[in-house]
Ligand binder design. Structure first.
Ligand code: ZN
Length: 422
């Protein structure tokens, strides 16, 4: 990276310094809305100003640094992510994206690069699940999708999200002003949070889509009987049927992974058994199924197959009924094809090894993609570990990702400017 404009030591120093703002006995915890989070953001703000950016906090509580472009009629090229962590979380998730934005701002400033578009760095408010139970608070506001019901949510102390946003320097009632319709493109650098790039020894992953997250509840109704006296062949054991359904879900998901059109995973991570007693044949079981699909059609087909399996398996056991109920449904967020082409071209020009991949985790990019062409870059992380104290990426890996963002911004600036004919 010797000849590259991105300076990895400078980028790394920001990541390390931000890591010092942590709960001392629970590294590396800096939860959104906490005093530590505010202190960390003060550092980000100072770094933004030192990089020549004009800094503000929008009504959605996002911390934003802006550099004007040569052509005022064009919108902004935005690089963003978040600086909050999960409890006991890591030093890299989200943070590398904001640090990359800062380093790019410094490079633009010291090389006096005049982009046609404005350039902005977003430190999005509360990407992780906040104390109010809501994630991506700031980026939802940017997309105009932060609603009254969300704002009325309360934390353990009874404070509303509305008041929390005010405490962070935002203004929930004026949130319409946080919505952007002038973002020319959005790019986000993030650690992969999975093991693929490391195992394939690749520099970067170019994220083609953030998988949709669909949750359904499988309910199995059987009959409670005495566990000591009811013969095996006379039982309507809901848990036995539920166990078969769990295995069927794994099989169907493996099939979909093989035959489907993109990233697909399904997980039963939560189960409830009633009455959940040692001496009673289980009467009722619910299984919460979490489905992540890059392509909507894969999710739809899986749900058809799952419903068939649930009904089929239940019908094989007399006295047992099974059904599938919808719980929540978030559509996949595809990346912008032209921006993906810019990313691939930039990666090839600077000699980075790469692959396309989908993100199984949610990110701020999913909300920005509602209002602007958006895409993401992943860099490898050690053993795929994330949301834990062991989370780690090397400074060279992060710098290569930042370098790719920088090169892509130069390409996108020209392409989007030419497209507007301004
Ligand atoms: Zn993140």
């Amino acid at each position: 990276m010797a000849n590259r404009p991105i300076r990895e030591d400078r980028l790394w120093a920001d990541i390390e310094e931000l890591a010092t703002f942590t709960e001392p006995d629970r590294p590396w915890t800096r939860r959104a809305f906490s005093p530590l989070y505010v202190e960390g953001r003060e550092l980000v703000k100072a770094r933004m100003e030192a990089a020549g950016l004009a800094v503000r906090i929008d009504a959605g509580g996002n911390l934003i640094g802006r550099r004007e472009g040569a052509k005022a009629a064009l919108g902004a090229l935005v690089v963003g992510s978040h600086t909050d962590t999960v409890p006991g979380g890591g030093r890299f998730d989200g943070i590398v994206g904001v640090a990359a934005g800062l380093e790019i701002a410094r490079v633009l400033e010291e090389r006096a690069i005049a982009l046609d578009h404005a350039f902005e760095v977003y430190d999005c408010l509360a990407e992780e699940v906040s104390p109010y139970g809501l994630s991506c608070v700031g980026s939802r506001a940017v997309a105009g999708l932060l609603d009254e019901m969300m704002l009325a949510r309360v934390d353990d102390e009874g404070e509303t999200l509305r008041d929390g946003i005010t405490r962070m320097g935002g203004d929930a009632d004026g949130r319409a002003s946080a919505r952007r319709d002038d973002v020319a493109c959005y790019l986000e650098l993030h650690i992969e949070q999975g093991p693929v790039l490391e195992s394939e020894r690749l520099d970067v992953g170019i994220v083609t889509a953030i998988a949709g997250i669909t949750r359904v509840m499988v309910e199995v109704e059987g009959r409670a009987d005495h566990a000591g006296t009811t013969p095996m062949h006379l039982r309507a054991d809901a848990l036995v049927v539920a166990a078969e359904i769990v295995l069927a879900i794994r099989r169907l998901a493996e099939e979909r992974t093989r035959t489907g059109r993109g990233h697909f995973v399904a997980t039963v991570g939560e189960a409830r058994v009633l009455p959940n007693a040692a001496n009673v044949v289980p009467q009722f079981v619910s299984l919460l199924v979490d489905i992540r699909a890059e392509k909507r059609s894969d999710c739809d087909q899986f749900l058809v197959d799952l419903t068939g399996e649930v009904e089929g398996l239940a019908s094989r056991c007399q006295g047992v009924a099974g059904r599938v109920q919808p719980v929540s449904d978030n559509a996949p967020a595809p990346s912008d094809p032209a921006l993906l082409a810019d990313l691939r071209r930039a990666a090839d020009e600077i000699g980075l090894s790469r692959r396309d991949m989908a993100s199984g985790a949610g990110h701020d990019m999913a909300w920005f993609s509602r209002i602007a062409p958006a895409a993401m870059v992943f860099v490898p992380c050690l053993a795929g570990r994330s949301h834990c104290a062991e989370e780690w990426s090397d400074k060279g890996q992060i710098a290569r990702g930042a370098d790719l963002l920088f090169e892509t911004l130069l390409i996108a600036d020209k392409r989007l400017s030419a497209k507007q004919g301004i």
